[in-house]
Design a protein around this ligand. Structure first.
Ligand code: PMP
Ligand code: GLN
Length: 381
């Protein structure tokens, strides 16, 4: 294995899921729902398979899906996106991120990222031979520090790789923070690559503001999202990106030699999904908010300190009040101690000390499963 990929031989999500499966623990580690998405879209996928849509789809993606992505961006954010030249369908958000970074970064170029960082970002930056410059989000509010942000930019900054709503912290970046990032990106001629896979999972008074809607930013932003989270079909691996035609063409040049095309029969089904009514999107968020509250209350009752997320389906909790100072060790033992699996947060930080005793739990699970998990965790203390 080449040196630059050696730190990435396994993923924490796969490790924890394997541990949960081996021990029969309730898996609140890896973020995937335990209930499939709407019947309508499962039927649409089956119908596409049975009606013979099983060969290579067009390079940029099935036209109906590109059109649906453009309409979705118009409907929710008022953006004008040309489905012909400004949308690319990818194998999940993961491929969209990798293809974009590889398309934009020369070896030695710098990519500003925010710790805790989603694991594939660091790997994609490494694959491109680029270098990460880190801004650290700190417990318990995980806000962006302006001085640290400014210091992360320099003459070699090529990309800012942003994720809001943010996994794992559940932070939703506010307009002021986004404006500051936009200003610095403009100043340094950097492209903002924004991963918005949790765009419909926001709670309370939080509002998801896409970076590309800020004044002047649609010209230098690549927006990435995916069907996995919004429609509870994480195994389909259908994502998309959109942005100015030149940037989309650049990402497409790389994508065509990573996977060429992907998931032909699932693409029309995702087009159907994106067109679901407002009720669907509303109940997704209300349902998850109730689950968030159930889990946060349970974790607090069990003795954890909790940072209540305003987005995503993850909650970060501090296990130190329970006497556990090492989240990595706790997550290895939690299945045996409590019959529950969770993910340590320190593995997403360059500086593990910023998150020593923090663990992440996913709440995209059935209520009865969450109640059982909370009961079990209640016996920890
Ligand atoms: N970005 C973030 C922040 C994620 O949490 C995930 C996990 N789903 C992904 C990207 C990957 O999405 P996909 O499965 O569509 O590749
Ligand atoms: N995004 C999911 C999470 O954060 C995991 C996806 C994966 O396993 N790569 O849990």
């Amino acid at each position: 294995l080449v040196e630059r990929m050696r730190p990435f031989t396994s993923t924490i999500f796969a490790e924890i899921t394997a541990l949960a499966t081996r021990t029969g623990a309730i898996n609140l580690g890896q973020g995937f729902p335990d209930t499939d998405g709407p019947r309508l879209i499962l039927d649409a996928a089956a119908a596409a398979i049975h009606s013979g849509r099983n060969q290579y789809p067009p390079g940029p993606g099935v036209p109906a899906l590109r059109e649906a992505v453009a309409q979705h961006q118009k409907r929710f954010y008022g953006m004008d996106v040309d489905p012909e030249s400004e949308v690319l369908v990818t194998a999940g958000a993961t491929e969209g991120i990798a293809a974009t970074i590889m398309a934009l970064c020369e070896p030695g170029d710098e990519v500003v990222t925010f710790d805790p960082v989603y694991d594939s970002y660091a790997a994609s930056v490494a694959l491109a031979g680029a270098v990460r410059r880190t801004v650290t989000l700190r417990w318990p509010d995980f806000a962006v520090d302006e001085i640290e942000l400014r210091a992360a930019f320099g003459p070699r900054t090529r990309v800012v790789l942003l994720n809001s709503p943010h996994n794992p912290t559940g932070t939703v970046f506010g307009r002021a923070t986004l404006e500051l990032i936009a200003e610095l990106a403009r100043e340094h001629g950097a492209v903002v690559v924004t991963d918005e896979v949790y765009e419909h999972q926001v709670y309370d008074d939080a509002v998801h503001v896409p970076m590309a809607t800020l004044p002047g930013m649609s010209e230098q932003t690549v927006t990435i999202s995916s069907a996995g989270k919004t429609f509870s079909v994480t195994g389909w691996k259908v994502g998309w990106l959109h942005g100015p035609a030149e940037l989309v063409a650049a990402a497409r040049a790389v994508k065509q030699f990573l996977t060429f095309v992907n998931a032909g029969p699932l693409q029309p089904a995702v087009a159907t999904a994106l067109g679901l009514g407002d009720d669907f999107y509303r109940s997704l968020a209300t349902g998850l908010r109730a689950k968030r509250d159930l889990l946060c209350d349970g974790l607090r009752a069990a003795g954890f300190e909790v940072s209540v997320p305003r987005g995503t389906y993850f909650v970060v909790a501090d296990a130190a009040p329970l006497g556990f100072d090492d989240g990595v060790e706790l997550c290895q033992r939690l299945p045996e101690l409590a019959g529950v699996a969770a993910v340590p947060v320190s593995v997403f930080y360059d500086d593990p000390d910023a998150a020593r005793s923090l663990v992440r739990f996913a709440f995209c699970k059935r209520d009865d499963v969450l109640r059982e998990a909370v009961d079990r965790l209640g016996r920890l203390g």
